[in-house]
Design a protein around this ligand. Structure first.
Ligand SMILES: [Zn+2]
Length: 266
């Protein structure tokens, strides 16, 4: 099979990991569900109770979202001036709200109708569309930035998602992605017990090399790639400890998730 992440045909046998649910691509070291699903699984956040639970989690991660937003702003080299942000998978809209407060015009795609409604009520100026990014193929290339945190691993066709992100962004626009990391210390030490190996939700799990290939085969050049660890919910002294641990792990690209900032080529 052609790897959904690096697009290479396997030249060596794929390695079964995790009770036969995942195969490891010998070319990039990413993991993909085997057998590969015909449809995307999105049941997890459906219903009011799941939406409320997700909202509480996102509120606790507000500062974490803000740090991602500020990372984008720093690379745009100017103060925010009517910039346009598209968030893919906005959940209850906590990041949208933070962006709007900082002067962005922000829109979003969200799969869950319940979460999209919460996001709309919290952000009346945002255009929140209930849609899968894979179906959103008619972008007008008028966004300055696109963010997708913890989305890529759920998507059936990562290359199509990248193409659709290209069609949303202005030339030179920035894409920020975060997704689990198969080069992480956790996967290296826990193997099949790594909690990101979740066949009900995660279809593709990327290595740094697989993510780099996916982006470069699309319209992007990588600006920065680093790894993150921790929950993003730490505060006070725990936040300092988490930051130190993250810095140490990132020196070997060993953090639990990859965070990449990429620029659409002109
Ligand atoms: Zn691969």
């Amino acid at each position: 099979m052609r790897c959904p992440m690096c697009q290479e045909e396997s030249v060596a046998p794929t390695l079964k990991v995790g009770a036969g649910d995942y195969s490891a691509c010998p070319a990039c070291g990413g993991l993909y569900l085997d057998p590969y699903p015909a449809q995307q699984m999105n049941a997890v956040f459906e219903g009011d109770a799941a939406a409320a639970e997700q909202q509480a989690l996102e509120v606790a991660r507000h500062d974490y979202f803000l740090r991602h937003l500020i990372r984008i702003e720093k690379h745009m080299k100017r103060t925010v001036q009517n910039w346009r942000l598209m968030e893919i998978g906005c959940g209850s809209g906590v990041l949208l709200q933070a962006a709007i407060k900082r002067g962005w015009h922000a829109d979003a795609l969200e799969l869950s109708p319940e979460l999209a409604e919460i996001a709309r009520q919290a952000n009346p100026t945002a255009g929140v569309t209930v849609a899968n990014v894979l179906d959103h193929t008619n972008g007008a290339a008028d966004y300055d930035a696109v963010m997708a945190l913890d989305v890529l691993e759920h998507v059936l066709d990562p290359a199509l998602m990248m193409g659709n992100c290209c069609s949303l962004l202005k030339p030179g626009g920035l894409l920020l992605l975060q997704t689990p990391n198969t080069s992480s210390l956790r996967f290296r030490t826990q193997g099949a017990a790594w909690d990101m190996m979740d066949p009900d939700q995660h279809i593709n799990l990327f290595s740094p090399r697989g993510l780099q290939k996916l982006l470069e085969r699309s319209c992007f050049e990588i600006v920065t790639m680093h790894t993150v660890s921790g929950t993003g919910m730490e505060t006070g002294p725990a936040r300092l400890t988490a930051a130190a641990k993250q810095w140490l792990l990132d020196r070997g690209k060993l953090g639990n998730a990859l965070c990449v900032l990429a620029r659409r080529r002109s």
